[in-house]
Design a protein around this ligand. Structure first.
Ligand code: F3S
Length: 283
């Protein structure tokens, strides 16, 4: 059987780098290693790290109560005051914020220091957006929907700097920028959307077009995996959504010539390899 595994399946560059770094730090560091928030939304990875002694700090309170150990700042990044808090307390840390997110921190820090009102297009509850807001020196507004954009009002004479959450949908970002443009504000628009998601979706669609059956691996609650599934399903009617290898057999996978495999952003390589190996041997 011919099996095509998407090159962009699974972890993006930033998450891969962060996860590898946690394993490295866990192996080489004395004392307890903590991640500030789960390093990734994948229970397998988090519990595997737990076995290696890596603990998750769930809240800011947990962080404040720390007296020892090494804290890992995950790929989403954190507000500036978190670095200050760690430094004040002499807690060592390893920063694995994705370089694309760090770039946004530098932009908003600089532009807000120059007096601009920062507009972050994104989800206010997403840790990445909370982190970006925490680098703004003065006023910042988060806009998630077209309605938010419509009701937004800047002060007279204020200049805007508009950035976006890295995983925000490009079309929605454009629509929001358009609404703000119609209001006639003086603005600097920086599209800071990361291509990783877009690339993964395009490659999945390409592969799904060419194969007899398609497998999408990822958590059932992962929105980016659900989106991948929809894209593949529209190109290939025999598309299967599985969380792990165990789901594949129970799905009654057909006997076909050519199979494509892709995976959501939080799916470890190990699971993708297991699935592809199994498909090659079994079907
Ligand atoms: Fe991943 Fe960094 Fe892009 S974490 S989605 S490569 S911004």
């Amino acid at each position: 059987m011919d099996v095509k595994v998407a090159k962009t399946a699974g972890f993006c560059f930033g998450v891969k780098r962060a996860v590898e770094e946690v394993y490295k730090v866990a192996e080489t560091t004395k004392g307890t290693v903590y991640t500030y928030g789960p390093i990734i939304h994948n229970e397998e990875v988090v519990s595997d790290l737990e076995k290696k002694g890596v603990k998750v700090l769930e809240t800011e309170e947990d962080l404040k109560n720390l007296t020892e150990g090494t804290v890992i700042i995950r790929s989403h990044g954190v507000p500036k005051y978190i670095y200050e808090l760690l430094e004040e307390r002499n807690i060592s840390y390893v920063d694995v914020t994705c370089p694309f997110v760090l770039k946004i921190h530098r932009i908003v820090e600089k532009e807000s220091a120059q007096g601009k009102h920062i507009v972050i297009v994104g989800d206010p509850n997403h840790p990445e957006v909370v982190g970006i807001k925490g680098w703004c020196q003065r006023k910042a507004t988060i806009i998630k929907t077209k309605e938010d954009a419509k009701s937004f009002l800047a002060e007279s004479g204020e200049k805007l700097c508009i950035v976006s959450q890295t995983t925000f949908n490009y079309n929605n970002f454009q629509e929001i920028v358009e609404i703000l443009s119609e209001k006639g504000y003086d603005k600097l628009v920086l599209n800071t959307i990361c291509n990783a998601t877009q690339d993964r979706q395009s490659e999945a669609a390409q592969i799904a077009k060419q194969v007899d059956a398609m497998i999408v691996v990822g958590g059932k609650h992962s929105s980016n995996t659900q989106k991948l599934y929809e894209i593949c399903k529209s190109e290939c009617k025999d598309t299967y959504y599985i969380q792990t290898l165990a789901d594949l057999d129970s799905e009654g996978f057909p006997s076909v010539q050519c199979v494509g495999i892709t995976a959501g952003a939080s799916t470890p390589n190990k699971i993708i390899e297991e699935v592809s190996k199994h498909v090659r041997i079994k079907f």
